[in-house]
Write a protein that binds this ligand. Structure first.
Ligand SMILES: [Ca+2]
Length: 478
């Protein structure tokens, strides 16, 4: 036998051994779970059946709550869209990444405070949740509303440069390998709005009469069907139930036929039956996706997370909390939230511990058996102890920072235990509430509880320093 033949035999033998070893590792390593992340736009805390809605019907969501853990104090990281979405994907507070308003925000030169020069798209310096999972071998599918692409060009760039900037900030540039529907819009702005034609990427094959929520679900179901051995993240970011309030005729009729006894009276010209019908379409979508997971034999291997990006657009959808989307009060930021971790979460359990949008990132890494990335998800807590029932999370307080004019005046807020303090920046007014005794924030205790007010205000200011939060400034006299 000459030397080269001998070498060949040795190499083949080594390769065979390696391959056997690799197979052994593969068969003993637990398969990573899939993730379905449902993110509903402008979802009020009282808008779902399991959260006490008397006008909406959400049997599929309610079933998720029976399968998993329902949270009574789950929050979005901001009272408007883009910052909440960036917080979920980066694991950082909007105040830390300077993405503090919906893109492109508002210009209010007549107001007493000048808003800071904030970050109007999600920067590439972050490793997003989708990128982290993609790098770990996940298929990552994005469906629906994105709202993290720059919309208006600053004075610094040309139109061409701005187009290039926009093109670098789609879901595909931030860790997703599929993008159906995601663009710069914060609401459907195509020719048919919620109906065909949509003018959104990936929905070109739609037909006259098609409804957006259903079409996103069609595509998501197809995406699930393509799954082989690779685990996946399905990021189901509905445009619903953001305005314009538009639903399918049959669903509107269904709710109109039930009469108007319980209907809210704060919706102006909007038909409450149509609003209920939008929620029904989202709920039907949840049902279709769960059914597809079941028929694929994937349901027990799939973690399902459901939450919203900010409060409902009307107070009547916010479950008795104060105010609604765009405000500092609980109605602006508290969300119906449920997590199903098969074999881990106690079915039908309820958790009262406050959690927030930044927590999903480290939690999902932990669920996937991946290392934590503490330098990225700086403001998130791994919720594993809550979900396994083994203990509490180690967090002192939650923070919000909104240095903008919208429905509210610029504000910051902190929640520590049952206490919540709101600071309005214009007049330095402070409000203090005990959310356990007064969930509707009707009794401002700032005057009665001076020491508590001072302590929380001090803590809020220290946090702003720590994350280097941008503050509005006084306009100089003209
Ligand atoms: Ca929103």
């Amino acid at each position: 036998m000459n030397r080269s033949v001998l070498t060949l035999i040795v190499v083949v033998a080594f390769q065979a051994t390696d391959s056997v070893r690799a197979q052994a590792v593969e068969s003993t390593a637990p398969r990573r779970p899939n993730f379905v992340f449902f993110l509903v736009d402008d979802l009020g805390w009282g808008a779902m059946g399991a959260y006490g809605s008397s006008t909406h019907e959400t049997p599929h969501f309610d079933t998720l709550c029976q399968r998993g853990m329902r949270f009574t104090n789950a929050y979005s990281a901001c009272t408007v869209c883009s910052p909440s979405r960036a917080a979920i994907l980066t694991g950082q507070y909007p105040g830390r990444i300077d993405l503090t308003d919906y893109i492109p925000g508002q210009h209010r030169p007549q107001e007493p405070l000048k808003i800071p020069d904030w970050q109007k798209y999600m920067d590439h310096e972050h490793t997003t949740l989708a990128e982290a999972l993609q790098q770990a071998g996940y298929r990552t599918g994005f469906f629906g509303k994105w709202h993290l692409t720059p919309v208006r060009r600053g004075s610094a760039s040309t139109d061409e440069e701005f187009k290039q900037l926009q093109a670098r900030h789609t879901p595909l540039d931030h860790g997703f390998d599929v993008n159906i529907g995601g663009r710069e819009w914060g609401q459907p702005k195509g020719r048919g709005k919620y109906f065909y034609p949509f003018d959104m990427p990936g929905l070109e094959d739609s037909e006259q009469g098609d409804y957006l929520t259903d079409r996103l679900t069609d595509e998501a179901v197809d995406y699930l069907g393509e799954t082989g051995d690779q685990p996946f993240l399905l990021y189901m970011s509905y445009y619903s139930v953001h305005g314009p309030i538009m639903a399918k005729r049959g669903d509107i009729d269904y709710f109109e036929d039930q009469g108007e006894e319980n209907w809210p009276t704060d919706m102006g010209r909007v038909n409450p039956a149509e609003y209920a019908a939008m929620h029904k379409a989202v709920d039907d979508s949840i049902g279709r996706i769960v059914a597809e997971l079941e028929s694929l034999g994937q349901l027990d291997d799939t973690v399902i997370i459901f939450t919203g990006d900010n409060g409902g657009n009307w107070n009547s959808a916010c479950g008795g909390l104060r105010k609604f989307k765009g405000f500092a009060f609980e109605g602006g930021v508290r969300e119906p939230t449920c997590i199903v971790w098969p074999g881990v979460t106690q079915p039908g359990s309820v958790c009262d511990t406050p959690i927030i949008g930044t927590d999903y990132y480290p939690t999902m890494l932990a669920m996937a058996g991946l290392s934590q990335m503490p330098e990225q998800h700086l403001d998130g807590e791994n919720l594993e102890p809550l979900l396994t029932g083994s203990g509490d999370i180690d967090r002192e307080a939650l923070y919000w920072h909104y240095p903008h004019y919208h429905r509210t005046r610029p504000y910051g807020a902190i929640r520590q235990g049952d206490w919540k303090l709101i600071e309005f920046f214009e007049d330095e007014r402070l409000m203090l509430f005990n959310l356990n005794e007064d969930p509707g924030e009707q009794h401002d205790l700032a005057q009665a509880q001076v020491a508590k007010t001072r302590a929380l205000h001090y803590k809020l200011k220290a946090w702003r320093q720590e994350v280097d939060a941008q503050m509005p400034t006084r306009r100089t006299q003209r």
